[in-house]
Design a protein around this ligand. Structure first.
Ligand SMILES: [Fe+2]
Length: 255
């Protein structure tokens, strides 16, 4: 954590939000923190919050990997701690881990249209729950640069419209996740087209680097803020104790 914080300071960032993952799987495999590790995680972030006070603002976040079978326990965990922000995302379409390079290699023959539709079903279902503030990496399904067939594309675009309307209705924030620039797809999540749709429907956006290494903190923020600005965004959302506030994009650029 200290290395991530130092990297943020070196890059001139004024705040850093940790958004470690919480994933529940049937197989019992540990893909992220376990629920038992959450207290230590929160404690460590609090520790660094105090240690770096006055130097950089540190926020406690959590990214919950949506799984309809575990939402009750997720809510219990979230309610126990003073998180600044909670994100939610879909990493699994059924049993398929859509963010795994290995799973992508092993499932080359699977019909991608079906997996895509399943991913969107999960995403839509996730929006019926209210334990989170941010929808993370909205179209991560494109990570390995696989695309739906032309016949299916229109149907999936309609479904995305429906999802974005639901995000807007629930006043959720959408993350502009810059890690896609370093994945095979080589573009931001969500795509510029989807980002425009979000902004047209009045959805607030924030920005995240999804850093899995200290050097990745704040990666591609310049590119992402330019994309956001040209899509019509004039302020980025930030959170303290689950309350959203806005940072004007112009002033962010000026920093
Ligand atoms: Fe994620």
């Amino acid at each position: 954590m200290a290395a991530y914080i130092r990297s943020a300071i070196d890059k001139g960032l004024k705040e850093i939000c940790f958004l470690d993952h919480l994933t529940f799987t049937k197989q019992g495999r540990s893909l992220s923190m376990t629920p038992g590790e959450v207290p230590m995680y929160v404690y460590r972030v609090q520790h660094y919050k105090r240690k770096f006070k006055g130097i950089i603002q540190i926020k406690t976040g959590l990214e919950v990997d949506f799984n309809p079978e575990y939402t009750k326990i997720v809510e219990q965990i979230i309610n126990q701690y003073a998180f600044d922000v909670v994100g939610s995302s879909v990493h699994f379409a059924g049993d398929w881990n859509i963010v795994s390079r290995q799973a992508d290699r092993e499932n080359k023959k699977l019909e991608f249209d079906r997996i895509y539709a399943l991913y969107l079903d999960y995403l839509e279902k996730m929006l019926d729950y209210h334990y989170f503030d941010i929808v993370c990496h909205l179209d991560i399904i494109k990570k390995f640069n696989r695309r739906a067939t032309l016949e299916c594309e229109e149907k999936l675009a309609d479904k995305f419209d429906k999802i974005i309307s639901k995000i807007s209705y629930h006043d959720l924030t959408v993350e502009i996740n810059t890690s896609g620039f370093d994945h095979p797809v080589k573009e931001v999540y969500p795509s510029e087209r989807l980002l425009k749709k979000c902004l047209e429907k009045g959805v607030c956006v924030t920005i995240g680097s999804d850093a899995h290494h200290p050097k990745s903190v704040g990666q591609h923020f310049d590119k992402a803020t330019k994309i956001a600005y040209s899509a019509g965004c004039r302020a980025l959302a930030a959170f303290t104790e689950r309350n959203r506030y806005e940072i004007p994009l112009e002033s962010y650029h000026a920093q």
